[in-house]
Design a protein around this ligand. Structure first.
Ligand SMILES: Nc1ncnc2c1ncn2[C@@H]1O[C@H](COP(=O)(O)OP(=O)(O)OP(=O)(O)O)[C@@H](O)[C@H]1O
Length: 270
């Protein structure tokens, strides 16, 4: 039998995406909004290693880093070094074999002001590489609201959801586009905007993007960079990318992932 491995991997990511978006809503609706009034907090990965179940292969080895809220972090490195694997752990799609992923609050003095809390996956939004391949709906509105409960009655909840929808659409500049439009008929740049709106509508605290510029023409790339610059003012963003020059101006902190899943802090080589 001939197996199309690309198609298998595409299907797996599509299933991941659908499960993630459905679970995301279910988890999010039950979680308490957590907005600490503290000096600042950091998303922290502490000594994380990962070995896929049933294998002896370590894809990540003692990875540690800290990303302060409202900052922009970038991870670069060779293909196959483990960057996507790390993002999947941050989004809660897989669990670390050892180590932890948490949110740490710090006081004025720069020391932890309380015990770290595990990072709930519902506080993380992830935009996969080539997100447009995993769109599931026939129109923009359904794509953004996919996984939302089909409510009868409760007008207040409906109004709240409608407001969030409007905010997300405005945020990514999709307001000129008819919500009836087929997502697949949008231009490359607008498809990426839609993929971002799908995540922003859930108001994540940490937004993760895997190769946000891949496969776009120069105009769409410039468009997405501009959009990320705008989002950076409101959100903590972690990007995996090979497009270092185009993103350099946005980056506050960067790390290189070396083969074997070893992460080191390193300035961008641009
Ligand atoms: N479930 C798995 N079992 C075994 N090996 C895996 C599994 N998932 C990923 N790998 C391998 O782990 C390595 C790291 O993969 P990963 O996709 O994280 O790399 P990457 O740095 O994101 O690469 P790219 O830049 O090409 O996206 C690759 O060699 C990949 O084949």
């Amino acid at each position: 039998m001939n197996l199309d491995l690309n198609a298998v991997s595409r299907t797996k990511r599509q299933v991941d995406n659908v499960l993630y978006r459905t679970n995301e809503w279910n988890d999010r609706k039950s979680s308490q909004p957590f907005r600490p009034k503290c000096d600042y907090s950091c998303f922290e990965v502490r000594d994380v290693s990962y070995r896929p179940p049933g294998t002896q292969l370590s894809l990540l080895n003692s990875v540690s880093f800290s990303l302060p809220e409202k900052s922009f972090g970038l991870i670069f490195g060779r293909s196959g070094s483990g960057k996507t694997t790390l993002l999947q752990l941050l989004a809660g799609l897989n669990k670390p074999t050892s180590g932890c992923i948490c949110v740490q609050r710090y006081g004025n003095d720069g020391y932890p002001s309380q015990a770290p809390e595990p990072l709930p996956s519902e506080r993380v939004g992830i935009v996969f590489q080539f997100p447009e391949r995993y769109f599931v709906a026939d129109n923009v509105l359904e794509e953004v609201t996919f996984g939302w409960p089909r409510l009868k009655g409760d007008l207040q909840v409906k109004e709240h959801l409608a407001l969030r929808l409007q905010q997300a659409i405005n945020w990514v500049g999709l307001n000129g586009i008819s919500l009836d439009k087929d997502p697949q008929s949008l231009s490359g740049g607008y498809k990426r905007r839609l993929a971002l709106a799908v995540q922003l509508v859930q108001t994540p605290d940490l937004l993760i993007l895997d190769e946000p510029l891949a496969g776009l023409d120069w105009k769409a790339r410039a468009d997405v960079v501009k959009l990320l610059k705008h989002l950076k003012k409101e959100l903590t963003i972690l990007v995996v990318s090979h497009d270092l020059k185009e993103l350099a101006a946005l980056v506050d902190q960067s790390w290189v992932m070396e083969m074997g899943g070893i992460l080191k802090e390193e300035p961008l080589p641009v």
